[in-house]
Design a protein around this ligand. Sequence first.
Ligand code: SF4
Length: 349
Amino acid sequence: MSTDYGFIVNDLLDWYDKNARELPWRNQSNPYFTWVSEIMLQQTRVEAVKGYFARFVKAFPTIKDLATADPDQLLKLWEGLGYYNRVRNMQKAAITVVEQYNGELPRDYHALLKLSGIGTYTAGAIASIAYQIPVPAVDGNVLRVIKRLTGSYDDITLPKVKKELEEDMLKIMPAKHSGDLNQALMDLGATICIPNGKPNCEQCPLNKKCKAFQKNLTDEIPVKSSKKKRTIEEKTIFLLECNGKYALHKRFDKGLLAGLWEFPNMNEALSIEKLESILSEHGIHEYELELLGPGKHIFSHVQWHMIGYRIHLPKHDFEWMEDLVWVTKDTIAKEYAIPTAFKAYTSQL
Ligand code: SF4
């Protein structure tokens, strides 16, 4: 069933005029900057994104630079932001943009949607903010605000609920200032109608029209169906150290954390006795062993429960692990992208 949300437009535009956040990628008239910032902001807070954004556009000031970037340098600049497929897809899309659009993002919502890694939200954000095309940009923030506003118990994790809202929002996009309307909703969702904790309804420009506020339903809305339980994977992480260098291994090109660097590891929690026996089986008898303690990392579908060992070795010509590179701590910091999942051990280099 379609709903007319036209009643929010003027209130939101007035509010945005006075309260828009000052962000490094705003008011730049640079569609590439809008794109980079919107991709970075998925799953990441604005404050954390600011530094990443500045470093990224300094290293790759144009789409052409992104298209020809060294993939390892790209991953290094993304290190810590997580969801690394985002930056791989950006490079794929940049190559398409250079080949098909002379290095400029197309001024067309549907053409944007065809680019790798660009879904309806990002296409809507780029089209409306950078090109003033009247299309919506609906993400979890917008779904939360609108469902609270109308007191709706729709499950916002369902694709059909998002699609319906996109269709309804499309009808109310102003011919001018659609980018402002989308950004007003983004800012409102980030600063006032917040996802965790109590929303700041007293400061909200929509509070007189908001059913969730009036009926005290902000704890209940939005509804999100319970997520699937994550599987737990046990791991043992090794900081192998030899003559001031550490061993790293490159992950496979596909799957979780594809193509990133990691510390050598095994998919089980090894006791010291078991580890000593494995080392002995591989002819490694001279070493110093130190237990590094636990680490934990939560991905969307899986959790890693880790224990770690530092193993000092006098030489590294063994056949225990394959495809290792040995590098200093400084080189790791400058050149090798190690995911945050290994933070408990990176911090102990
Ligand atoms: S009044 Fe409160 S619940 Fe309603 S939209 Fe504003 S911040 Fe969200």
